[in-house]
Design a protein around this ligand. Structure first.
Ligand SMILES: NC(=O)c1ccc[n+]([C@@H]2O[C@H](COP(=O)([O-])OP(=O)(O)OC[C@H]3O[C@@H](n4cnc5c(N)ncnc54)[C@H](O)[C@@H]3O)[C@@H](O)[C@H]2O)c1
Length: 220
């Protein structure tokens, strides 16, 4: 709690919730359920205060906040929750392909944070695998108009663009991401770790935007 900024600590949304840090969570799980009481941990959060700003206009503070909230938090969770997990357990996060390809509008250092998250997935998989017998993976989901994604400001255009240009043209559903998470978190995924799994209707495989050329005789 000593690291929590004063404006967060005194904010009415959080001030009556006790120790809401990851350390506090670990202490509460330990007192409620005992040591090694966890099998599955899912990290599903991201935030960049300057997400609407291009990288070129992002401040150092905004950039570091994006990395801290969206990538370091996974390291903190594996580090603190890993010892609470049974061998064979699974940790999972959610990423986005802006980490590896340019998505104009996904700014404020969010693209950098997702690149860090994917790289850290590989290193954490090695370290947590050797140390605790745990698996660490990340799902690279296609665009979906969640509350957080709506803050980007162009999410509806991103959803439509992917729908038009993907092998599978029906929009991605939250359930499709959820069932992949269930698979990876279960013993069915026991051979998979350190991986970025795409759940994006195949969009990541495309090398050309469909319909980008004026050739109307194309079968596409
Ligand atoms: N929606 C998409 O198009 C999309 C695509 C690929 C990946 N993702 C990823 O999926 C994950 C979940 O996002 P979502 O789109 O489902 O949105 P969401 O709004 O459902 O979830 C975002 C969550 O992040 C939490 N959060 C934000 N800042 C936080 C902070 N400082 N500390 C703790 N929690 C914080 C929010 O409380 C919220 O619960 C994120 O990692 C996101 O980058 C989303």
């Amino acid at each position: 709690m000593a690291d929590v900024p004063e404006d967060i600590r005194s904010n009415k949304r959080y001030r009556d919730n006790g120790d809401f840090t990851i350390e506090g969570l670990v202490n509460r799980i330990r007192s409620d359920f005992g040591e090694q009481s966890l099998d599955i941990v899912i990290h599903s959060l991201a935030n960049a205060p300057e997400v609407k700003k291009p990288l070129l206009e992002t401040s150092r503070a905004g950039y570091l906040a994006a990395l801290s909230v969206s990538a370091y938090s996974m390291i903190a969770m594996v580090s603190r929750l890993g010892p609470m997990m049974r061998s064979g357990g699974s940790l999972l996060s959610l990423t986005y392909m802006a980490s590896e390809r340019v998505i104009p509008g996904y700014g404020g250092g969010m693209s950098s944070a997702k690149a860090a998250l994917e790289s850290d997935t590989r290193v954490l998989a090695f370290e947590a695998g050797r140390k605790y017998g745990l698996r660490v993976n990340t799902i690279s989901a296609g665009p979906y108009a969640s509350r957080a994604a709506s803050a980007i400001g162009i999410i509806d255009r991103m959803v439509t663009y992917c729908s038009v240009n993907s092998p599978m043209t029906d929009p991605l559903t939250a359930e499709e991401v959820g069932v992949t998470a269930a698979f990876l978190s279960s013993p069915l995924g026991s051979g998979i770790t350190g991986t970025t799994i795409y759940v994006d209707k195949g969009y990541h495989t495309m090398g050309m935007a469909v319909g980008s050329l004026p050739d109307t005789s194309s079968p596409l």
